[in-house]
Ligand binder design. Structure first.
Ligand SMILES: Cc1cc2nc3c(=O)[nH]c(=O)nc-3n(C[C@H](O)[C@H](O)[C@H](O)COP(=O)(O)O)c2cc1C
Length: 251
């Protein structure tokens, strides 16, 4: 019997439980190639309200959200895969504006980037529950799509308090760093009530199996995708099937 490697994150059905990490596909060509791969979703690079260029915060370089909206409309129209829009703002209002624009354009999920260094240096939402609550409530109210939050690698707030804020704002999923102080501590102390997607160091089908075995619903792949290209998703699927005891000829 062929195993189902699909999953559901925040109520969104994905045909495969691995997807790209935000920022690992930039150009139109990369995004379209990813859309044709086995990736369970297409996650866009983080967008800000205005074009962002700052030598100190290179991971946030982007042309501004309005330049990415056409991709979302195109992919939502073609319905090849769910599109995940990643957003970052300097104020709760900016997060709300971006969540509204991308969800209206057809994004299946809104990934609220709270992990970027620029976000930590400006708004610092994971240091103060009132700022975090304001961001999450703005996004939840503005978005017509489910909301997923990408946490910093080391949030200053305790996971118990983070979990309370996430549940209060009806956040449906969380992206956490795939290590003990990220993923496992969130599992142990976060209180549940949301799906967990892990990111960081995913390179093989065995890495995916380990994360799912511990309770993640899906994984994201960054550096390994950049190195190997979108065919990595077919390899991850193959390795997962072998790890689960499916013989290659059964496919
Ligand atoms: C060049 C580069 C650009 C990135 N851009 C983003 C981004 O736009 N938004 C985001 O949330 N994370 C971004 N990241 C972080 C990745 O999404 C991911 O969390 C990180 O690379 C860890 O996963 P990995 O070990 O699979 O690479 C970026 C990382 C790199 C190396």
């Amino acid at each position: 019997m062929t195993l189902d490697l699909g999953t559901t994150v925040a109520g969104v059905r994905l045909s495969f439980c691995a997807m790209n990490a935000a920022g690992s596909a930039h150009t139109a060509a990369e995004i379209r190639t990813l859309a044709r791969s086995e990736s369970g979703a297409v996650v866009l690079q983080t967008a800000t309200a205005h074009p962002f260029l700052h030598p100190q915060f290179r991971s946030l370089h982007n042309p501004g959200y309005d330049k990415l909206l056409p991709f979302v409309r195109e992919m939502a129209h073609d319905a090849t895969k769910p599109v995940v829009a990643s957003i970052a703002g300097a104020t709760p209002e900016e997060y709300g504006l971006l969540a509204h624009a991308f969800s209206e354009a057809g994004a299946a999920l809104i990934e609220v980037n709270l992990s970027d260094d620029w976000v930590a240096a400006t708004l610092a939402p994971c240091e103060d529950t009132s700022v975090l609550g304001a961001v999450l409530h703005k996004v939840s109210a503005a978005s017509t799509a489910p909301v997923m939050v990408k946490l910093p690698d080391r949030p200053r707030l305790a996971y118990g308090r983070l979990g309370d804020e996430l549940r209060a704002a009806h956040v449906a999923a969380v992206v956490a760093r795939n290590d003990f102080t990220g993923f496992e501590k969130l599992l142990l102390e976060g209180g549940g009530g949301f799906d967990i997607v892990v990111v960081g160091g995913i390179k093989s089908g065995y890495d995916v199996m380990r994360a799912l075995g511990k309770g993640a619903k899906a994984v994201q792949v960054g550096s390994a995708l950049v190195e190997e290209g979108p065919r990595i998703f077919a390899r991850l699927a193959r390795e997962m099937r072998i790890a689960r005891g499916e013989r290659p000829e059964e496919r």
